[in-house]
Design a binder for this molecule. Sequence first.
Ligand SMILES: [Zn+2]
Length: 168
Amino acid sequence: MAILEIVKHPAPILQQKCEEVVKFDKELGQLLDDMYETMVAADGVGLAAPQVGKAVRVAIVDMGEGQDVIEMVNPVVTAIGGSEIEVEGCLSFPGLYGEVERPYFVRVEAQERDGSLYEIEAEDYEARAILHEIDHLNGILFDSKIIRVVDPSEFEEEILDDEEGEVL
Ligand SMILES: [Zn+2]
């Protein structure tokens, strides 16, 4: 495994639509392993392949305490519901935090690293993280969705839950 360099904004690869994965080979497994190590090293809770310089439809999300990190290959959103405004950050935008409105609930169909299909449902911050990463695969960056920029000192002072202001 290897820790990869995280691509920072502005970089063209962050704004392009990523390619569908067609080969479920060792190389894909290696990319997912490296992305996991990179996300952990960067203290993030999600990471998309374009953020490590690969324009393919691959993303991972840490589903929180006691939960697995999910690997999403070719993810497709099949349902959304509700809406919530929370503070987000992004590993490709060091130091930038802002309030973003996203659905509260999401259902996604995706493939595992071996190509098998699965479906996952998530709510709240996990849904937010999944949608943030899928946006990356479509070249959509969170700064375009920020409705209010939040100074880091502001959310450090507020009493917020642990997940608030996590970087994706
Ligand atoms: Zn991001």
